[in-house]
Design a protein around this ligand. Structure first.
Ligand code: 3H9
Length: 693
């Protein structure tokens, strides 16, 4: 553990003391940093030659917040408050010099300084909400005092990082100095403050920005209402709002008490534990133990896309968005024209919402070239195939590509379930083949499953991950198995949802339980949205499942006005008497007397088999770690982040409990269900999935 003097350096230049923090990677407020600030400020105050103090950071950023790795551990002195008080109560002006990001506790430290100066690229924010928390070092009481209640609510509940120019406008920083001149600019400001005898501005003492919202609960009620959908299920946004209400209506010290109490409550709860776990999981997911960080990458300057349908078009947009040209290949001119015009329409819709200019739309469209021949992909560095999910067809395409693609090109398949190893047998260079499984809509969904075949080279794997990062995805490595990580777990859930239908549960009962759990929708609403006829054909349909019967009746989901649910013109769903009758018939035919299936049983039978399947995926080494599985389900399937993913959830409820319940349901779980030996072992040993190395 670094000592305070190793991370904080105090130098006196003339009459200005410069306290420089240097605690890589992000100058988080670990114990030595807190001690360094406290000791540094005290020494500066005690030095009669010093008239003002500058607080500045080395490295890539100003303080990026509290040290998250310390959370949940016993507190170590000095506390952050002590360091902040030393700054705020200093009789000599303290100037915060901000570059990179002043986030969370970092901004809260800066808010205790009397003045703040930043470079144009700097950003400020209170992102605690994304960790299931609220700013717990006075930020909830100080930020509204500077920017007013409305902006504070926005910043604190979104966690957004606000650019320096906007910070200047809001009064969050006092001055902007040119890039590269932060130190000199901050010293100059400190000297000016002294020379002009400017006051020691204490944010806690200002009040005028709060008056407008004081005694007006309707402002907060409206804010809650407007964001109800976004905040659904989360505790932290509501607690942040309550703190701003306290800031507006109570004296500073009283508001601080509210902040402290609500902060401690969130910090000790499971939501924040889950969100902190996800924070580290999102960073961990990029690390592949046997692929070193300096693995040579294939430079991707041009992309080829085979298939310009919904999937291919969506994938192509990702690359155009970051300036990489894409050649899209289709078999027919009309399909190509349709694909390109759908892309244009998507961009134009974004432009209409003000999130792109028409010039941007034209620029992105100019990066997309249509073609009817695979030969036009000869100069592409990465080629992604998104044709129909049919092994023979995919192998045919890859065999052709093998003859066309330049040496060193990455050959990717967007298959969602097929065997990537078998696809790779179609080429003479299987090391170039990798799965890049995008999720629909591919230009929106954040998840990218990168499927590592037996022969995929490290360089190709690293390239697929890196390009995924470049286009704003979160990449998770999966080994080869049917459905990979995400869809394999989805299948485990679907089997149980289907089984419960046959026992007489209604689709909307099952969906409601999963929606209330925090998922965006349940399995039947999802089927209706995607189309019940995916993978269905009239020729092979035997009326063997509720879905097959619905498809045979041309109830194929939202697009036909009915599926499991009935839909009105605005696509609002309501329970369908037609479906209800079919479900009852199936249950009767299966010899199941109608029974009320409890919400608890629905939840456990949907979710615990997912945890079990995740454990199997882990023991088969299809996933590198439990947290990667959680990343897949959070980013590809809308698993609520405040529950940390199915694996984290299993750890939270306890694996022994999960195994006990799965054993209790065993007779109903069906022939495909296999209890994971790993899960059983961990349960018996009192261990967690997230500890499996
Ligand atoms: C808080 O402040 C609470 C207070 O209100 C109350 C206190 C009483 N702690 O993201 P990167 C690690 S809550 C510990 O890849 P970038 C990170 O894990 C905090 N570690 O870099 C990674 O480690 P590794 C509020 C941290 O350049 C490495 O640093 N603040 C912390 O893409 C590099 O991170 C936040 O929520 C931390 N606070 O992005 C800000 N932050 O290399 C959280 C990072 O071993 N941080 N690490 O994988 C960020 O948003 C980004 O890290 C940042 C840099 C934008 C700063």
């Amino acid at each position: 553990m670094a000592a305070a003097e190793a991370v904080a350096d105090l130098k006196v230049e003339g009459d200005v003391a410069i306290l420089t923090l240097n605690s890589p990677p992000v100058n988080a407020l670990s114990q030595p940093v807190r001690a360094g600030i406290l000791e540094g400020v005290r020494a500066a105050v005690a030095n009669p030659a010093v008239k003002s103090v500058v607080l500045i950071c080395e490295g890539r950023t100003f303080i990026a917040g509290a040290d998250i790795t310390e959370f949940g551990k016993p507190p170590r002195e000095p506390g952050l408050k002590e360091a902040q008080d030393a700054i705020e109560n200093s009789p000599k002006p303290v100037v915060a010099a901000i570059h990179g990001t002043a986030l969370g506790g970092g901004l809260e430290v800066a808010l205790c300084c009397h003045y703040r100066v930043a470079v144009p690229s700097a950003k400020c924010g209170l992102p605690e909400v994304n960790l299931g928390l609220l700013p717990g070092a006075g930020g909830t009481q100080r930020l509204p005092r500077i920017v007013g209640a409305a902006k504070a609510l926005e910043m604190m509940t979104s966690g957004q990082h606000v650019g320096a120019a906007q910070c200047l406008e809001m009064g969050l920083v006092d001055e902007i100095v040119p890039e590269g001149e932060l130190r000199a600019g901050a010293i100059a400001l400190a000297r000016r403050i002294v020379a002009e005898n400017r006051p020691l501005k204490k944010v806690r003492e200002s009040d005028e920005k709060m008056i407008a919202a004081r005694g007006k609960p309707e402002i907060f009620a409206e804010f809650r209402k407007a964001n109800a959908r976004k905040f659904r299920g989360f505790l932290a946004p509501e607690y942040n709002i309550r703190c701003v209400e306290a800031a507006v209506n109570l004296p500073f010290d009283e508001g601080m008490k509210v902040e402290r109490q609500l902060f401690m409550e969130l910090m000790s709860g499971t939501q924040s534990a889950a969100q902190r776990y996800v924070f580290f999981a999102e960073r961990q997911v990029w690390k592949i133990p046997d692929v070193p960080e300096d693995t040579p990458l294939v430079p991707v300057r041009k992309v080829g896309m085979i298939g310009a349908g919904t999937m291919g078009g969506g994938i192509a947009m990702n690359f155009a968005n970051v300036g990489i040209p894409v050649t899209l290949v289709e078999t027919r001119q009309d399909a190509l024209d349709r694909g390109l015009s759908v892309i244009r329409r998507n961009y134009e819709t974004t432009a209409k919402r003000g999130r792109l200019t028409m010039a941007d739309v034209d620029k992105r469209m100019s990066l997309l070239t249509g073609s009817l021949s695979l030969e036009s992909l000869a100069d592409c560095d990465l080629i992604i195939e998104a044709v129909f999910e049919n092994m023979a067809l995919k192998k045919e395409v890859f065999a052709k590509l093998d003859k066309i693609a330049k040496p060193g090109a990455v050959l990717a398949t967007n298959t969602s379930a097929l065997d990537v190893n078998e696809i790779a047998t179609a080429v003479s260079r299987p090391e170039a083949v990798v799965g890049m499984h995008f999720f629909s809509p591919a230009n929106v969904m954040r998840l990218l499953e990168v499927v590592r075949g037996e022969k995929t080279s490290k360089s190709v794997l690293a390239t697929a991950m890196q390009i995924g990062k470049k286009i704003g995805k979160i990449g998770a490595v999966s080994g080869v198995c049917p459905g990979f990580i995400g869809n394999r777990i989805l299948r485990a859930r679907s089997l149980q949802a289907q089984a419960m239908l046959n026992e007489g549960a209604m689709p909307w009962d099952i969906d409601k339980v999963l929606y209330d759990f925090g998922l965006p929708m349940g399995p039947f609403a999802m089927s209706d949205l995607a189309g019940l006829d995916i993978g269905w054909s009239r020729e092979t349909s035997r009326g063997a499942t509720v879905r097959e019967v619905l498809c045979e009746m041309d109830r194929r989901g939202q697009k036909t006005g009915g599926g499991f649910y009935d839909y009105d013109e605005q696509r609002n769903a309501r329970p369908s008497p037609v479906t209800e009758k079919i479900v009852r018939e199936f249950a009767a035919r299966a010899g199941n007397a109608p029974r009320e299936i409890s919400e608890q049983e629905i939840l456990e039978r949907c979710v615990y088999p997912m945890i079990n399947e995740g454990a199997r995926i882990l023991e088969e080494k299809i996933a590198l770690r439990a947290s990667d599985i959680d990343i897949v389900w959070i980013n590809g399937y809308g698993w609520p982040v405040y529950r940390g993913g199915p694996m984290f959830y299993g750890d939270t409820v306890g694996l022994a409990h999960v195994v006990e319940r799965l054993n209790a349901y065993a007779p109903k779980l069906g022939p495909e269900f296999v209890l994971s030996p790993l899960l059983q072992r961990l349960a018996a040993e009192g261990k967690r999935l997230q500890d499996v190395k």
